[in-house]
Write a protein that binds this ligand. Structure first.
Ligand SMILES: [Fe+2]
Length: 261
C-alpha cells in the first residue's frame, strides 16, 4: 500500500515478512538449471550462482551499487544466452510484471541445520533505493525436490523463539523480505539444491501476483527433532565464537551480516 512517506511495501508481508504462494504445478526441464552458466560468487554457504538478469546483462552477480554508476537493485538487464537456456524460469520471474533487479539460480551444496544457522544473513536489497518507491523483496522458487530440506527465517539471528521453517519440495514458492528476516536454507541430501531467486519491486503488480497465487503467511512448521535443533544452536554459537576470535586476532570486528550482494 502506498504511503505518504517511506517505501511502498506489500501488506501481505507486513506481519511476518514472508508469504508462501501456491506450489508451482508444472514440469520444468532440469536442463534449465543444469545447463545454464554458473559463476563462483561469495555468499553464505557453499554456493554458485547463474544470473539470468544482472546489472549490465553480463554473466556476473555483483550488487548493482558496485557498478558504475552505482544504482539500486532494479531494472536488471536480461541475459539473452541464459534466458535461451532457461525460458520457463525467465517467464516465471517476469510473470508478476513487477520490476526485476537481479534474477539468478542458486546452487547450494548440502548444508546441515547448524551450518544453516551460521549462514543466517540479511540481504542488502534496498541500497540506493529512493524513498517513496517500492521496497525490494525476493522470490524463492525451489526447483529440485528437496523433501528433507527447509528454509529457515528468523527475526533475530541468534534467537530461536521466532523461527519459521518452511519445506522446500519442488515447486515451493515464497516471497521474503530478506532485508528484514535473517534467512538461509538447511539442505539435507547428497545432491545440490537449486532455487530461482528474483529481486522484485513491491507495488500493485506484486500485490496482484501474491493474491492470484493465494499468498499466505500461515505455514506448516517443518518438524525437526529437538536434539538436532539444539545441536544446531550449539554449532552456530561455536562457529560464531571461532569467527569472532579470528577477527579479534586481526584487530577487526567480526562481520556477521553477510549478503549475497
Ligand atoms: Fe540472502
Amino acid at each position: 500500500m502506498a504511503q505518504l512517506m517511506g517505501y511502498i511495501k506489500s501488506a501481505a508481508l507486513e506481519e511476518k515478512g514472508f508469504v508462501i504462494l501456491d506450489s508451482y504445478d508444472k514440469e520444468v526441464d532440469p536442463k534449465e538449471w543444469l545447463d545454464i552458466e554458473y559463476v563462483d560468487w561469495k555468499s553464505s554457504g557453499d554456493t554458485r550462482f547463474a544470473p539470468i538478469a544482472s546489472a549490465k546483462g553480463e554473466i556476473e552477480c555483483n550488487g548493482f551499487w558496485n557498478h558504475k554508476p552505482p544504482r539500486t537493485d532494479k531494472d536488471g538487464v536480461w541475459i539473452d544466452s541464459q534466458m535461451a537456456i532457461a525460458p520457463t524460469l525467465t517467464e516465471r520471474a517476469k510473470e508478476p510484471g513487477a520490476n526485476v533487479g537481479r534474477c539468478r539460480i542458486i546452487e547450494l551444496q548440502p548444508t546441515p541445520y547448524g551450518d544453516c544457522l551460521y549462514n543466517l544473513h540479511q540481504d542488502d536489497n534496498n541500497r540506493l533505493n529512493p524513498d517513496g518507491t517500492g521496497w525490494v523483496v525476493r522470490g524463492f522458487f525451489n526447483l529440485t525436490d528437496d523433501k528433507d530440506s527447509y528454509f529457515v527465517l528468523r527475526e533475530n539471528r541468534t534467537d530461536p523463539s521466532i523461527e519459521y521453517r518452511i519445506a522446500l519440495p519442488a515447486g515451493a514458492q515464497l516471497i521474503v523480505d530478506t532485508q528484514r528476516l535473517w534467512h538461509a536454507a538447511t539442505h539435507n541430501g547428497t545432491d545440490p539444491r537449486y532455487c530461482l531467486i528474483t529481486s522484485w519491486e513491491s507495488g500493485p503488480e506484486l500485490d496482484a501476483y501474491i493474491e492470484k497465487y493465494h499468498g499466505t503467511d500461515q505455514h506448516e512448521q517443518f518438524q525437526v527433532d529437538q536434539v538436532v535443533l539444539e545441536h544446531g544452536y550449539a554449532e552456530q554459537a561455536r562457529k560464531d565464537a571461532a569467527r569472532a576470535a579470528y577477527y579479534a586476532a586481526k584487530g577487526q570486528q567480526a562481520k556477521i551480516a553477510m549478503s549475497e550482494a
